[in-house]
Design a protein around this ligand. Structure first.
Ligand code: VGL
Ligand code: ZN
Length: 207
């Protein structure tokens, strides 16, 4: 099923702050680590993303007096969920999970570093226009099909999947290699648009 001349595994945000004990813990987030390690050798080409915020980032509830994590605010580009401080550049929380196999990765893309714009997608920031450069990189390398895994299914993985489809890539979501935050039904809300956009869902056993 994998064609290493056209396919690339894109591993989204498997960082300590999204794993157990982290600042923005995704339930059972750690469970993706052995699953991703187990499939990563089947892919010749692997790219990792890293949520990478400056301290005081505008997506943090702490930057909005009177607001608590998981409330929303209106920013210039639309409604923004406010998060606990997480993935601050250079901290342990922003590091990849220690057991994640990262050595063979060909590229690490950082996102969310613009102080006033959040970035769920690996391709575009939440204003939908500031690019990370990943699309150009992948096209330049000749990849046309992306397999997605990581955290969190309903935020960064879903937004990456939808942007990848808009950029013209075939997208395969490896469901058991992802875990969701699932805030107020956000997982179900994310699945409909992904299905409608033609994101193919598989499990690792299908590879
Ligand atoms: C993420 C919320 C805030 C994610 C990143 O990786 O899904 N979610 N920053
Ligand atoms: Zn973030």
């Amino acid at each position: 099923m994998i064609d290493n001349s056209t396919d690339c595994l894109v591993v989204i945000d498997v960082q300590n702050d999204f794993c157990s004990g982290g600042a923005l813990e995704v339930p059972a987030g750690d469970e993706v680590v052995p699953v991703i390690n187990g499939i990563s050798t089947a892919f010749e080409h692997r790219v990792l993303t890293q949520d990478w915020h400056p301290a005081g980032h505008l997506s943090f509830a702490s930057a909005h007096p009177g607001k608590a994590p998981f409330e929303t605010v209106e920013l210039e580009y639309g409604t923004q969920v406010l998060w606990p401080d997480h993935c601050i550049q250079g901290t342990d929380g922003a590091s990849f999970h220690t057991d994640l196999e990262v050595t063979g990765a060909e590229l690490i893309v950082r996102k969310g570093f613009r102080p006033r714009i959040d970035s769920y997608s690996a391709f575009y920031e939440n204003d939908q226009s500031s690019a990370t450069g990943l699309s150009g990189y992948l096209k330049n390398r000749g990849f046309s099909r992306l397999y997605l895994a990581g955290l969190a299914t309903d935020y960064c993985v879903a937004w990456s999947a939808l942007d990848a489809r808009r950029e013209g890539f075939e997208v395969v979501l490896i469901e058991d290699a992802c875990r969701a935050i699932d805030l107020d039904g956000s997982l179900e809300a994310a699945m409909g648009p992904m299905d409608a956009a033609g994101v193919v869902r598989i499990r690792t056993g299908d590879l």
